[in-house]
Design a protein around this ligand. Sequence first.
Ligand code: PLP
Length: 402
Amino acid sequence: MPETEIKRRFAARIAQVKPSMTMAVVDKAASLRSQGRTIVDLGVGEPDYETPDHIKQAAVEALNQGHTRYTKNVGIDELREAVVSKLERVNNLKYNPSQVIVSGGGKHSLFNAMMTVLDAFDEIIIFAPYWVTFPEMAKLTGANPVIIETKEENNFEPDLDEVADKITDKTKAILINSPSNPTGSVFSSDTIQGLVELARKNGAYLISDECYDQIAYDKQPVSPAVYEEDPEFVITVQTMSKSYAMTGWRIGYAAAANDIIKNMAKIQSQSTSHPNSIAQHAAVDALNGDQTFLKEMVIEYRKRRDYVLERLVSIPNVSFSKPDGAFYVFPKVNDYFGLSDGKQTVNNALDLANFLLEEEGVALVPGDGFGADDHIRISYSTSMKELEEGLDRFETALQKLK
Ligand code: PLP
């Protein structure tokens, strides 16, 4: 082998991290579309709404006012103050602006948090079904994800005794995500409080991904940091992406104790620096401005969720737990595994997703990537018309499996 090829080896961490399984379905859907098929996409992970006009306008003004230079590494003062007010108004949390860092999306805040608290070979507890990124991101730091399964019949909430059993002297952090992607589960306040106590007792950090905090229906999510007197070991992560339909703007933030934020800032300053200056100004307007858009979007999502559940009830051999937040339903479909339409046999969720796509042209995300092979994720972040069509196709495809 020529010497240059030996030198061009990738870092060992690359082999540790899995590529996204969901992309396989997305790629296939795109290729079917390019062949002229109409595909109904129930795989979407972002709001099907445009960013509200007043937020766009704030960005235009920021541009016209010349906010085009570097900002503070941790984000502009106005935005950190707006975040503090929002956390108090919506989440009942008390932070001060020096306890907030603004980053390039919630994902970036989570990454800064993990880089700050996790060492190689530390353990981080993650509950399955989990958002695809969690274990892979943890692995990028060298830490080992410890996966604890949750059950559909328990609303996908963790069993606290099981968590206590899984804690070792290597446990450095517990990661939670309520409302959850992919299940839509909103953890009860008892569960949240129990997890805070376990983290406190064992000297672990509690990283709380609250990226869907304002998209909730019957049960309002509780932020774990409400159970801290002063910020100590909970790292609260939120985003502008979902609540304000700002996925492309890339603004998220974290709030935590001063020393945690200072160290997250160190990571951010030596990697990406602050996020986009214009988007930061727009985010101030989103958080401080009129919240009608958000209220109306949640009303619409609730209607769609109810419609999906109504349809699922009448589909045989599919079970589900009623989601209280986010815009996903995560039904269990494993009763269809091993069945065939006479041409192909469906052996797992990935096979089923491929079958649904090829046979009926409906794209859903298989549960494999979320650590839940028996499930499939339906996103209702699409119009009612598309939802009706997509669920018709889902039902028709399942009827073909005998
Ligand atoms: N956390 C969860 C659970 C998510 O589903 C997402 C996006 O899909 C994010 C975090 C990251 O969102 P963003 O980086 O756009 O703020």
